[in-house]
Design a protein around this ligand. Structure first.
Ligand code: SAM
Length: 234
């Protein structure tokens, strides 16, 4: 956890997951944080002067109120709060879009409803709360290239911070590549991510094998994923 002090001495903290997410946002740009909730991420980016301006967006009025209160408390003038489902047109000057702590299906829906994100100039920083493999397959098939991924293990949960841009090339991921993305066991957090993913797949495979009517396609998929991860983790 990071504790930060604003110019007026007010303090706030940021989790390792959000600090890693903030580090993926480029210096000097305009950030839009979709699903900002408490507003800590845009607050951190403004206080550290990493961005010129931040849009803090949320579908929930009470969440946005929390963000507004935090910006007031920290005397942040360059963060704008927007009540919206997804990414509004008024954020088209954003260079970096963060969508964190939201499930893959909703992230995909938000991207689909903002076709202007299909630009090589825009960076997406995505931290799905579920279904990482589904999001990776969607991005690859729809011309988005993942440039970097950082695994974070925090409070018993494993997260992937994905740095993504658009190059228009549709790709098909191998079974297992969708589960791991670019993550390799190089530190404690990424080791935990690999172990968590392998455990999840192994349990699912055992469940399928002992089912009264096993799904043979699913068994093949899970076996191939496990083999891929065992191969690439060495
Ligand atoms: C679990 S919080 C995550 C907060 C923060 N981004 C983080 O990672 O800590 C999810 C937030 O996303 C908001 N949200 C969910 N769906 C949304 C949508 N379609 N458009 C905008 N905000 C959304 C929720 O209201 C909630 O405040």
């Amino acid at each position: 956890m990071i504790i930060l002090q604003a110019k007026n001495n007010a303090q706030f903290n940021l989790s390792k997951r959000l600090a890693t997410t903030a580090a993926a946002v480029r210096w000097g740009g305009v950030v839009a944080d979709v699903g900002c909730d408490h507003g800590k991420l845009p607050a951190f980016l403004c206080v550290t002067e990493r961005v010129q301006k931040a849009y803090a967006i949320d579908i929930s009025a009470p969440s946005l109120e929390k963000a507004r209160r935090l910006f007031d408390e920290l005397e942040i003038k360059n963060a704008e709060t927007i009540l919206c489902d997804g990414l509004p047109e008024q954020c088209r000057d954003a260079t970096d879009i963060v969508i964190a702590g939201i499930g893959a299906d909703v992230i995909i829906d938000i991207i689909e409803r903002a076709p202007w994100l299909k630009s090589s100039l825009i960076r997406l920083v995505l931290v799905p709360s579920s279904q990482h493999a589904r999001l990776r397959r969607y991005l690859a098939q729809n011309g988005f290239v993942t440039e970097d991924e950082t695994a974070i293990s925090e409070s018993g949960q494993c997260y992937a911070v994905m740095t993504v841009s658009f190059d228009g090339v549709s790709r098909t991921l191998q079974n297992g590549e969708d589960e791991m993305g670019l993550i390799r066991p190089v530190n404690l957090d990424s080791y935990a991510y690999v172990r968590h993913t392998l455990n999840k797949l192994t349990v699912a495979l055992a469940g399928q094998r002992s089912a009264s009517s096993p799904d043979t396609d699913m068994i093949k998929y899970l076996e191939e994923c496990i083999a891929y991860i065992e191969r690439t983790k060495k």
